[in-house]
Design a binder for this molecule. Structure first.
Ligand code: ADP
Length: 425
């Protein structure tokens, strides 16, 4: 053990004083009493020093008491540690001030709340966007001041993976996006962004696609009608024109499918269209779909494994289109004799609708982009099957509208499993 020199010096002093007292006591005939008195004296002196430390620590801003020997070193060390502590505290405080200053001047709203949802701090933008006043609202529960039911649900859910977008309660023209980040011991940082312009652009895009698709439908119906009429009378046609006309009919059909899917997608995307909320019996929906497929795909087999009768709150047509897109894809991208399995069951706290096929499968590189509009693994595959490239985008949007997640597991040559995972609550 490496003992400090000052302590050894103090020990030497102690031994010397006790020995000298013992020697003096021996001369007087009471060596042990003299040694005991000397030890007691030294103890009293140390107690005196401890008292000085105690008094000084009560008022640490005062200069440390003067002392020599090991006590002087102890006082110096404590004083040094105190100074270091004060300096790092000041540094920390200036970092906090700097961060708060940058948050204050941010264009996005920022609110810090503690583990009980009580406001600790908020910036000026939070006042503009949410009407919060700082420091007056400090100590108030955030949910008492932000009266948006959807925000309440989001805040209390503690699932902040996706941001929440909704209209401001104070100004219905304002579209707000909330992002919550937990930090520290249960504290949360709430960011509020004004996304009105972005939401308007998004709405314009949706309206444009919806309107164009709608407008194109009428001329297409006329063109298709004429082609069908002419082809219906093919005996009177010059044989050279039959094949081109048949191809025109095929392409017109593709265009019609495309317009139908585009219109449907823009309907699912626009939130104001959502209002048809009923309890949808998914097992019943799958059975109904099986019946429909018996007429359109009479040679294909659908294996059903319906273990649950759980109902999902939502829009029947949207859920039907999501499930039928998955099943039709499974049929399209697997061999005619290979069965497609559809299951509906509870696993943990989720209800899973899975569509499994043993078809051509998909390479892992394509999986992250598969639900993008018009994304195709390879073009020849889709033109052969007559797909529009919108099926999985429809599934993704319908899933999101029902708080479900779309999971895809696939291996080239082995098949794919597409799963819609609905939360149980
Ligand atoms: P499409 O109308 O082209 O089928 P989707 O959006 O439904 O469009 O699907 C996107 C792409 O994902 C398809 O072009 C296809 O390459 C691939 N895909 C979808 N489902 C499957 C499946 N079950 N097996 C293999 N590939 C699939």
């Amino acid at each position: 053990m490496n003992l400090p020199g000052s302590w050894l010096h103090e020990l030497q002093r102690f031994c010397l004083v006790v020995m000298l007292a013992g020697l003096l006591g021996w001369l007087l005939g009471y060596p042990f009493i003299a040694m005991a008195i000397a030890s007691l004296g030294l103890n009293l002196m140390w107690l005196g020093q401890l008292l000085r430390i105690r008094l000084w620590l009560d008022k640490p801003e005062q200069a440390p008491p003067e002392s020599r020997g090991i006590w002087g070193i102890v006082f110096d060390r404590i004083y040094h540690l105190q100074r270091q502590n004060r300096e790092s505290q000041a540094r920390l405080q200036s970092t906090v001030d700097y961060l708060q200053d940058s948050f204050v001047s941010m264009r996005d709203g920022a609110v810090m709340v503690d583990e009980n949802g009580v406001i600790d701090w908020s910036n000026a933008a939070a006042q503009r966007l949410l009407g919060l006043r700082y420091p007056q609202d400090r100590g108030q529960p955030l949910l008492n001041l932000v009266r948006l039911p959807e925000f309440h649900r989001y805040f209390l859910s503690r699932d902040y993976q996706e941001p929440l977008q909704l209209r401001s309660g104070n100004d219905s023209n304002l579209m707000l996006q909330f992002e919550i980040t937990p930090f520290g011991a249960g504290d949360r940082l709430v960011f509020i962004r004004d996304v009105t312009k972005l939401a308007k652009l998004e709405q314009m895009r949706r309206d444009f696609v919806g309107n164009v698709s709608h407008e194109l439908r009428t001329p297409l119906t006329v063109i298709k009608g004429y082609i069908e009429t002419i082809l219906g009378n093919s005996a009177a046609l010059d044989p050279r024109y039959v094949k081109p006309l048949q191809q025109m009919e095929q392409q017109a059909q593709r265009m019609e499918n495309l317009l139908r899917d585009l219109l449907w997608l823009s309907r699912i995307e626009s939130d104001h269209a959502r209002g048809n909320n009923t309890d949808v019996d998914i097992a019943g929906l799958v059975e109904e779909l099986e019946g429909e497929l018996q007429s359109s795909h009479p040679h294909r087999r659908l294996e059903l494994d319906l273990q649950s009768r759980h109902k999902v709150r939502g829009d029947y047509r949207e859920l039907h289109s999501a499930v039928s897109n998955l099943v039709l894809n499974a049929l399209k991208y697997s061999g005619d004799d290979s069965p497609v399995r559809v299951s509906w069951q509870q696993v943990g706290d989720e209800f899973l609708l899975s569509v499994h096929d043993s078809g051509i499968g998909i390479d892992a590189v394509h999986l992250p982009r598969l639900t993008e509009r018009f994304y195709r693994v390879d073009d020849s595959r889709s033109s052969r099957t007559g797909g529009t490239g919108l099926g999985l985008a429809i599934v993704k949007h319908a899933a999101a509208a029902h708080k479900a997640k779309l999971r895809i597991a696939s291996r080239p040559g082995e098949g794919s499993t597409f799963t819609l995972a609905f939360p149980s609550a």
